[in-house]
Design a protein around this ligand. Structure first.
Ligand SMILES: *Cc1c(COP(=O)(O)O)cnc(C)c1O
Length: 239
């Protein structure tokens, strides 16, 4: 059995329309917002990891401006040219950030969703000062307290928010979570919203292809949607 399906085994890869999918996702999110009486709109981040620049361009032509990538190197190969051609693009880092990539990340990205440890916070603060660039950050919270998963333990969040916001003066935009894959996501979204309220931060980065509407109903300000826009990824993402 081949591990990498060929295109002719995958009719969905040939018939998938990015503009149509985008329209569908937008409409679903608008309905979800309306259902709970929200008048604001959540920012839809199109997660383009593993998809090429041609796919991103199709989304741009369909009016999409916010994009998410999970690896600095992949984003560096794809986005500088796209950003030069479209200065209003907003690029979000949604994957783990190594401290030795902070310089490149601050230079390239407009928002970072994965601020998850003190060492990284210090490096980011240093680098933003050096480059004279303020990059809004979401603090990633490990709401499921999964040992293998990145993110601040909810019990340590107060201390970490104080470090980032008060001590290091980082532009903390909000909180982000990735609920455990095998659990119902809604309680995690509600918990993240409660934590944000408690710490007086506004942004909530939560919800992916399978649960973005639910996240919007529970107050997401940013949803990260890949598969529902670009179709299935050719290879599983490494993160
Ligand atoms: C890949 C990824 C997404 C998008 O996932 P889909 O299920 O394809 O929508 C969202 N958030 C993070 C952190 C990701 O790594």
């Amino acid at each position: 059995m081949s591990t990498k399906p060929k295109t002719d085994d995958r009719p969905d890869l040939m018939t998938h329309s990015i503009p149509a999918a985008l329209q569908q996702v937008r409409s679903t999110l608008r309905k979800a917002a309306r259902a709970v009486g929200r008048s604001d709109e959540a920012t839809l981040i199109a997660v383009s990891k593993t998809h090429d620049a041609a796919a991103v361009k199709q989304a741009i032509m369909a009016g999409q401006r916010d994009f998410g990538e999970n690896r600095v190197q992949e984003a560096e190969a794809k986005f500088p040219a796209l950003k030069a051609a479209h200065p209003d693009l907003v690029l979000h880092l949604i994957g783990p950030l190594q401290t030795n990539k902070v310089k490149e990340a601050v230079a390239l990205f407009d928002v970072i969703h994965t601020l998850d440890r003190p060492k990284l916070a210090e490096k980011l603060a240093d680098e933003m000062k050096k480059q004279g660039k303020s990059v809004p950050c979401f603090i990633q919270v490990n709401t499921g307290r999964e040992p293998q998963k990145a993110g601040i333990d909810p019990a340590d969040l107060s201390e970490f928010v104080a470090l980032c916001r008060d001590q290091l003066k980082l532009p903390v935009m909000g909180l982000m979570c990735i609920p455990p894959a095998d659990e119902v996501p809604a309680p995690h979204f509600a918990f993240l919203r409660e934590l944000a309220k408690r710490h007086d931060v506004q942004g909530l980065s939560m919800g992916m292809s399978g649960d973005a509407a639910e996240a919007v109903r529970l107050g997401a300000t940013h949803v990260r949607v890949g598969t529902a826009i670009f179709g299935a990824r050719p290879t599983p993402p490494q993160s």
